[in-house]
Design a protein around this ligand. Structure first.
Ligand code: G3P
Length: 218
């Protein structure tokens, strides 16, 4: 399973990449807007930091415009994956870009039926939003499991990227449910490390080591 950071913040990406566990990055218009820089400039900078898939989302809403914008984004770097919304025009743009060999990530997926459309259109990645489904009392992890079953039965090669992950358990459960990729905010990646017994155990080891050294020096 691959771990991606869901951010357009370069400091966060640098810190995550330094651990050697970040396989790629996803961005969206909200994350780019938070940084206050043009998308092309920021996507190029992210591609310099991480050698893996970097999703960059179109903001056009008609298929022709999405294809034009998507081609421009794909030209920024060979690792760019063009992110398209799961609306009829987005699916048409996905079909057209996929036929041209441009890799796509169909986003804002909230049902197995929508995921079927993305796969039929040749999407390289589909992005079901786990947390936002949980927010409305539905099961985000259940959707990951449904899509994984559907793609496996139908033989679709589209990769499942679990998005809108808000906690370490979302990441773990997505992996168990069959997601190929989990994308998460930096704070969730950091939270994956956390367990009180790890720090407590390390403190004890270091205390014992220091006592042994002191005893040897006496
Ligand atoms: O990848 C999509 C993600 O950015 C959405 O997360 O927490 O706003 O639902 P959230």
């Amino acid at each position: 399973m691959k771990l991606f950071l869901d951010t357009a913040n370069l400091d966060e990406i640098r810190r995550g990449a330094a651990w050697g566990i970040v396989d790629g990055v996803t961005t969206n218009p909200s994350l780019i807007a938070r940084e206050g820089v043009p998308i092309e400039e920021r996507i190029a900078a992210i591609c310099d930091l991480v050698d893996g898939d970097v999703s960059a989302e179109v903001v056009a809403t008609s298929a022709d415009e999405m294809v034009r914008e998507g081609r421009g984004l794909a030209r920024i770097h060979r690792n760019v994956v063009v992110k398209l919304p799961l609306i009829p025009d987005g699916i048409r743009a996905c079909s057209l870009l996929s036929k041209d060999g441009i890799r796509t990530n169909v986003t804002l997926c909230f049902s197995a039926a929508q995921a079927l459309l993305a796969a039929k259109a040749g999407a390289y990645i589909v992005s079901p939003f786990v947390g936002r489904l949980d927010d409305i009392g539905s099961s985000g992890i259940g959707l990951i499991r449904d899509i994984a079953g559907l793609y496996s039965s139908a033989g679709f090669p589209t990769r499942i990227l679990a998005a809108s992950l808000r906690s370490p358990m979302h990441v773990v459960e997505s992996a168990k449910a069959g997601a190929h990729i989990a994308t998460m905010p930096f704070k969730v990646l950091e939270a994956l490390f956390e367990h009180p017994l790890t720090q407590k155990g390390l403190d004890q080891f270091l205390r014992d080591h220091a006592s042994a050294l002191a005893a040897a020096a006496r």
